[in-house]
Design a binder for this molecule. Structure first.
Ligand code: NAD
Length: 319
């Protein structure tokens, strides 16, 4: 029989945190910690909270920067999934101080709480942004890292602290480098969300660059699977692992997929590419396949479809 563990998910009412919490609760006790910040429509966060509470998840409104409070909250926690962060590559160019504070100071606080409270596993959501404009594709965990925006830089600093805590304090850590995640409750600042909502409202779609840039999009359900597998796998302690789908799809192709699901053609406005955006990403999945027996079971199309259906159901509620 599986042992019931007490899990804390920071950023638990955000996009990936929500999806992780609602799966985790099937086999563990779950607390979601989040400060409900207004980076995007708080109505979506409130909706996530209500749905999680209904499933028996305890939701705590708290800031990861509040060390004393978080230390108390993590006192008898077994596993910490640390997802709270200030995301957004372009946003980070305009707000480098805020991004450093939330991502680096915040992560250090959680790490220190994990150490003091002798947490049995600390699992971190890092990002493919740490690779920056690495030309070597697919990207391997030991590829060179050259972040091109404060967001990727902040995640790289976090990774270095996490390595230090693993090496120096023997904290059992796992770092996941997530590629572009798609699925229900996606962040409204992300391209796919904007494409869907604009197409549903017959508003033109803005595309940065010519749309030939490619991403390794990954269904959020695959990300959740990997996070849950990481709870008790001894081989991945101290490791850094990519999570993606392992293939590249262009932004233009993604728009076509959305158009086909919705049954409408979009008016596309192509504008200048943003210098903080990576040109191409693709994850090499050999390490995570070998160590965690990871297989991306859920398709990108399915992730996009469930996102479209969620937005369609709630179109009136969102700005
Ligand atoms: P999200 O913004 O939906 O979720 C993050 C949550 O953290 C939000 O609910 C926010 O309110 C909370 N938060 C922010 N600052 C906080 C603070 N100081 N204290 C407490 N809570 C705070 O983002 P997401 O897309 O779900 O991303 C989750 C994690 O995965 C982040 O660490 C992100 O950097 C990482 N990641 C996401 C993607 C992706 O494609 N979505 C890709 C790579 C990495």
């Amino acid at each position: 029989m599986e042992i019931l563990l007490k899990c804390l998910v920071t950023g638990g009412i955000g996009f990936i945190g929500f999806n992780l919490c609602r799966k985790l609760i099937e086999s563990h006790e779950v607390i979601a910690l989040d400060n409900f910040n207004a980076y995007y429509d708080v109505k979506l966060k409130e909706m996530n909270k209500e749905d999680l509470v209904q499933k028996g998840i305890k939701v705590i409104k708290e800031d990861i920067l509040n060390y004393e409070k978080v230390k108390r909250i993590t006192k008898d926690i077994d596993i910490i999934f640390h997802l709270a962060a200030q995301p957004g590559v372009r946003y980070s160019l305009a707000h480098p101080l805020e991004v450093f504070k939330t991502n680096v100071d915040g992560t250090l606080n959680i790490l220190e709480c994990a150490r003091k409270n002798k947490i049995s596993r600390f699992i971190f959501a890092s990002s493919s942004s740490v690779y920056g404009n690495s030309t070597e594709l697919p990207l391997k965990e030991d590829s060179e890292v050259h972040p091109i925006a404060p967001y990727g830089l902040s995640k790289l600093v976090c990774e270095n602290y996490i390595h230090f805590y693993y090496k120096h304090y023997n904290l059992p850590t796992v770092i996941f480098r997530l590629f572009s995640v798609v699925g229900e409750r996606q962040r409204p600042d992300m391209g796919i969300y904007k494409f869907i909502i604009n197409l549903l409202r017959d508003t033109p779609l803005t595309i940065f660059g010519d749309g030939t840039q490619t991403r390794d999009w990954c269904n959020v359900k695959n990300v959740v699977d990997a996070f849950i597998k990481a709870i008790d796998n001894p081989k991945i302690i101290g490791e850094t692992l990519n999570i993606g789908h392992g293939e590249r799809i262009s932004v233009n192709k993604i728009i076509e997929i959305i158009e086909n699901f919705i049954g409408k053609r979009a008016k596309r406005l192509y504008t200048k590419r943003n210098e903080a955006d990576m040109l191409h990403t693709q994850a090499d999945l050999s390490k995570i396949t070998k160590l965690l027996n990871y297989q991306p079971k859920y398709s990108i199309e399915e992730g996009i479809k469930s996102e479209i259906e969620f937005i369609q159901r709630n179109l009136e509620k969102f700005s």
